[in-house]
Write a protein that binds this ligand. Structure first.
Ligand code: ADP
Ligand code: MG
Length: 628
């Protein structure tokens, strides 16, 4: 890259110098047209060799005609005018056009390279080395790709965490800003999970690696950001299609401009050189490069700017869709609420409180559901010799397992109804977890979750951005749903939904949304992957470590902060509006100069300025998206 830029600069200087010599020779010696051609051909070929080569290659491969082709035809035509009877030689202009074009391309290259590099820099999370601890205690520096799950690595203060793992020794705080945009360091100690891409700030950590390099968080995030440019937005697709039709149409128009008026004038020979010149000018103006380059660059910048804040966007199409959000649908547990339940009451029927909690904790042993985590926490001494077998989790209902030979079911009313157990309603407010042993009701545990502190503000921000409809879907029962929705200002809620029920509900909402708007679904990836996939835009929260969420979602918020949703919409709107500005500006200038060229009022000079100038301005405008 660097080398290419240097070469281009040398090329431009050499071409400009030989052009100056050619001009001096033209002025001082009286040369024939052929001699002039020879003199001007030197700077022309220095600047234009690459362009001519591209044009010939495109033509030979039958590819769509592009700017290289247009520039080549225009400049060759300009030189040819000099050989027509009555034609003024246009050698100087032909070379100047090539030179400008070359300089414009150089500029684009620098701008694009810079924005790609700055995204890579922002996402400076790719680790280069890992300190692998061998069995004899010796530490070797290796490439993270050479470390396997189960190996032990050592992370010193100041180092980047190379692979995902679990801390086995040491305490420290880690800086996750590159991953999540969250600048407050996270405290970690033995037993905690640690993610690649963070920076270890203080203590020495020994970590047991749990994932290989390719599956670790840092690699997955980089993959996502790098592949994002493949998911083209409608704006980008439009530009590609536009260029495909546009160039041939413009070429045909240029041919008509060159031939029709001279044919009609009755004196073809005398008027042809003038009209040919207009036609060639027309060709130069018509280059669509400003659009072709700047619109994808705008989306690229928007995605980069977002990822710097811990918002991963899977493509330009996602940004475009979320900019038009009209309906926002939320999952409850872990999304609107913290997902950290506290046991607030235990109401046993047959057995004592302790035994009820004991059974529930056992049944929930392997589940990753937030309810399971909290039930296990209230009965931590799991390490007894109870036998737990045949664990079956029913999403949205609960879990059944055999504990010491008896079948224990732990779940909500739906689960109890499903196995035909008569349950006793609870007068306390909260999420009620019922327990049945061998089909006989054994009591319930009341747990409650806290609403996230920032939830109400985040919903208000969405409404302020014009999101007209807010809905909360939950598998929890009605009283809790009502309380949470009211507390955060969500207008509608549906309770008691199974995962399929959530999909049906989202489908119904999709049918009811206003034309031209999109529906976003925000979830935590637990039990809601199908809905994340079904919505126009699925937003997963707390992407750190959640594989399901990263797969199913279109946008991943690396920390679980709800205000990031409104922020994403703002970034998206800004990006789309910048892309649109570029499109309108470029098309407007083009049409103006095209009209002037057709009328014979524009020189080739103006044409090149219009083309290169518009491209430069559009590219600069696009780069604003990076600084969202
Ligand atoms: P939400 O829709 O609020 O995100 P889920 O769909 O994950 O919640 O679960 C819905 C309901 O199903 C929970 O409120 C709970 O009653 C029951 N449930 C789900 N998983 C479990 C579990 N592991 N243990 C007990 N109950 C569960
Ligand atoms: Mg959930």
């Amino acid at each position: 890259m660097e080398k290419e830029i240097k070469n281009s600069i040398v090329k431009i200087i050499a071409s400009a110098a030989t052009l100056a010599i050619a001009v001096i020779m033209e002025k001082t010696a009286s040369l024939s047209t052929w001699q002039l051609l020879a003199v001007y051909l030197v700077p022309y070929l220095i600047a234009g060799y690459g362009t001519l080569k591209e044009a010939v290659e495109d033509l030979a491969e039958g590819k769509a005609l592009e700017e290289d082709f247009l520039m080549s035809i225009a400049t060759i035509g300009a030189m040819a005018i000099g050989f027509l009877p009555g034609g003024e030689p246009q050698f100087f202009e032909a070379v100047a056009v090539m030179l400008f074009f070359c300089a414009g391309e150089l500029f684009e290259e620098i701008a694009e390279g810079k924005s790609r590099k700055s995204i890579a820099g922002l996402m400076d999370i790719r680790p280069d080395t890992a300190n692998l601890e061998r069995e004899d205690g010796e530490i070797r520096i290796v490439h993270p790709g050479d470390v396997n799950p189960g190996d032990t690595i050592v992370i010193r203060p100041g180092e980047k965490v190379p692979l995902d793992g679990k801390v086995i020794e040491g305490a420290s705080s880690v800086d996750t800003v590159a991953l999540t945009g969250e600048s407050v360091p996270r405290e970690i100690g033995a037993g905690d999970e640690i993610f690649s891409g963070c920076i270890n700030l203080q203590g020495l950590l020994r970590v047991r690696v749990t994932k290989n390099f390719g599956e670790s968080t840092a690699s997955r995030i980089l993959d996502m950001v790098e592949n994002a440019s493949e998911n083209k937005s409608r704006n980008e697709k439009f530009i590609t299609r536009f260029a495909k039709i546009y160039t041939p149409v413009v070429t045909a128009a240029a041919v008509l401009i060159a031939f029709i008026p001279p044919l009609l004038s009755g004196n073809f020979g005398a008027s042809f050189p003038g009209w040919l010149y207009r036609a060639l000018t027309f060709l130069i103006v018509s280059c669509p490069c400003a659009l072709v380059i700047s619109v994808p660059l705008a989306f690229f910048g928007g995605i980069g700017g977002a990822s710097r804040k811990g918002i991963l966007v899977k493509g330009g199409n996602c940004l475009e869709a979320i900019s038009r959000t009209g309906t926002a649908v939320f999952d409850k547990t872990g999304t609107i609420t913290e997902g950290v339940f506290e046991v607030s009451a235990v109401h046993p029927e047959l057995i004592d409180k302790r035994e009820l909690l004991h059974l529930a904790a056992h049944v929930e042993r392997h589940s990753t559901h937030p309810i399971a985590l909290s039930l296990r926490k209230t009965y931590p001494d799991e390490a007894d010799d109870c036998m737990i077998e045949n664990v079956r989790e029913t999403a949205g209902q609960g879990i059944t397992a055999e504990v010491n030979g008896s079948t224990v079911s732990v779940g909500n009313e739906k689960m109890m109804d499903g196995i035909g157990v008569k349950w006793i309603p609870c007068e306390k407010s909260g999420t009620i977890i019922h327990v049945a042993i061998d089909g006989v009701y054994a009591g319930h545990i009341v747990i409650s979750d806290r609403v996230k502190a920032e939830a109400a503000g985040a919903i208000a921000a969405l409404k302020k951005l014009g999101v007209g409809r807010t809905v909360m879907l939950t598998g929890d029962h009605e009283p809790v749903a009502k309380e949470v929705a009211e507390a955060v200002g969500i207008d509608e809620y549906r309770a008691g939904l199974l995962p399929e029920g959530k999909v049906n509900e989202v489908e119904r909402l999709l049918g009811e949304k206003k034309a031209g708007t999109s529906l976003i679904f925000v979830g935590d990836g637990i039990n809601d992957a199908p809905v994340l996939a079904r919505a126009d835009i699925g937003i997963a929260m707390g992407g750190l470590g959640s594989d399901a969420a990263i797969e199913a979602a279109d946008i991943v918020l690396m920390d679980d902060r709800l205000p990031k949703i409104a922020e994403t919409i703002k970034i998206a709107r800004r990006t789309v509006s910048i892309a649109r500005q570029n499109t309108l500006f470029a098309i407007a200038v083009k049409f103006a100069v095209l009209a002037l060229a057709g009328a014979g009022l524009a020189t080739m000079w103006m044409a090149v300025f219009a083309d290169v100038g518009v491209t430069v301005l559009a590219v600069l405008n696009s780069m604003r998206t990076l600084r969202a």
